[in-house]
Structures are given as C-alpha cells and as structure tokens.
Unconditional design. Structure first.
Length: 146
C-alpha cells in the first residue's frame, strides 16, 4: 500500500495478525476489514505489541494504488495495519502455507475462506480464528499474559 516490503514474521516481540483479502471484494473482505479495525483499536488501547497485515491474493488488480485506497477506506495506517500483496511468484506458496483456498467465481471475483491468522512473537502459527471472532482474538492476547 505504500511501496515498502512488509515482513510477515514478528519483530521485537510483537504478534502479527494476518488476513487474506482482495480489495474489490464487496462482502466478506469488508466485514473482515471492519473486524481488523476493531482489533486494531482495542489492541492499541491495551498497549499490545501487534501488527496487522491484510494480504491481497489478487495482485493483478490490487495495485499499490488500489491497496492504498482500500487502506484509506479502512484507516489502515501502514504501521500498525498494512495492506500488502505478495510477489505473484510467491502467492501460491503463501496461500498454501496459510491454508487459504481461493476459487474464481463467475462474476470476476473470488470465493475464499476468511480467517484471522495469529503469528506468535516467536514466529510460529499460534491460532486461527473466524473473521468475526474479535472477542476470541482478544481473549488469545489475554491468555498470553503471565
């Protein structure tokens, strides 16, 4: 969204939340973005070290300019919450790694499973939650506390 490379792995003890989207999606991606915005606001207010990444699986249409528009619409600041796209050659491996299924539909969009993937501060997959499971994601952070 801002032309910089974005690491998926955590830095300095942060937790990374990852979702997969395409910016012209009119339904589940918009719901997921609203959930990410709520998580961003609540986790920031709690002082959590967290970074949120919305990864596009439609790099042909999701240009940096389009991702910036999507990011602006959802108040993704490029620091705590970034909208990014992988190199096209890495997309299939990334989708497989996160177990995301993307199927083109008859209207030029996609059917896909939507989830919030949690990468621990140690760089491991820690959990996967439904996009509407904001309370469960917040509870995950509560369980991490000593």
């Amino acid at each position: 969204m801002n032309g910089r490379q974005v690491p998926l792995l955590p830095r300095s003890g942060e937790v990374v939340l990852v979702e997969f989207i395409y910016t012209v999606c009119g339904d589940i991606c918009q719901i997921a973005a609203a959930d990410f915005a709520e998580l961003r606001d609540q986790l920031r207010a709690r002082g959590e070290k967290v970074r949120l990444i919305s990864v596009s699986f439609d790099p042909a249409r999701d240009t940096p300019e389009q991702m910036a528009i999507y990011g602006d619409a959802h108040e993704a600041d490029g620091t705590i919450w970034t909208v990014a796209r992988p190199e096209p050659s890495a997309l299939e491996d990334l989708l497989n790694l996160f177990d995301v299924v993307v199927i083109p539909d008859e209207w030029g969009g996609f059917q896909h499973n939507a989830a919030i993937h949690v990468i621990s501060a140690e760089g491991r997959f820690a959990a996967v939650y439904d996009t509407d499971a904001v309370a469960a994601v917040l509870a995950h952070f509560d369980r991490r506390r000593p």
